[in-house]
Design a protein around this ligand. Structure first.
Ligand SMILES: N[C@@H](CCC(=O)N[C@@H](CS)C(=O)NCC(=O)O)C(=O)O
Length: 199
């Protein structure tokens, strides 16, 4: 199998962290450069949306969307990162992280891929509002879940928080969310996180 990826993509990182936590071998990582304005041909062939991650398989169609790939690999490996007893909570925490990432990535794209005269500061703040509310929700409602046994929700949240530091270092998400900040500081020391730091 081949993972179409970029080391800077937080959605890709979710998959790469899971691969390491689950001890999965044999997935070839293929670096691509793809943007909304210039889609890599291999990515387009695998995913009509032209987005990474995409997982090219020998025995079936390519899989795409990080949530599909992580669930597939978890099931293949029997890693238990989507435990049945907590499935809906895990999926909701992962969805919260993905929502943060959707908004945080769009903020980057607004600055990078739209002409300056078309950029909207209000729109950017609207996206940050989504990130900020998600971070608050995690800090207020989900700390006990985040502090429990490892699951995919935790991995997704850690990748999302790391991306905020990577691409939006001027935004302070820690100040009003000390419990989440402490949790992340510890989670970020895992080998799977250190070995997949964005570049
Ligand atoms: N919902 C998708 C989002 C993936 C995504 O937005 N990936 C970005 C890189 S971080 C991408 O490929 N952007 C290229 C584009 O939008 O054309 C997932 O979870 O995999």
């Amino acid at each position: 199998m081949q993972l179409l990826m970029s080391p800077a993509s937080p959605f890709v990182r979710k998959v790469r962290v899971l691969i390491r936590e689950a001890g999965i071998d044999g997935i070839e990582e293929i670096n691509v450069s793809t943007t909304p304005l210039a889609t890599d041909p291999a990515v387009m062939a695998a995913n009509p949306a032209g987005k990474i991650p995409a997982l090219v398989r020998d025995d079936g169609p390519a899989l795409y969307d990080s949530r599909v790939i992580t669930r597939y690999l978890d099931a293949q490996a029997g890693a238990g990162l989507y435990p049945a007893a907590r499935l809906w909570e895990v999926l909701t925490v992962e969805a919260t992280a993905d929502a943060m990432l959707d908004a945080a990535v769009l903020m980057v794209y607004e600055a990078r891929f739209r002409a300056p005269e078309m950029q909207s500061a209000d729109w950017v703040e609207g996206q940050w509002g989504k990130v900020s509310r998600a971070v608050t929700a995690l800090n207020e409602k989900w700390m006990s879940h985040l502090s429990g046994p490892l699951d995919m929700g935790q991995i997704a949240v850690a990748c999302a928080l790391s991306y905020l530091d990577f691409r939006h270092p001027g935004r302070d998400w820690r100040g009003a969310n000390p419990a989440l900040a402490d949790w992340y500081a510890e989670f970020a020391t895992r080998d799977s996180m250190v070995g997949t730091a964005p570049a």
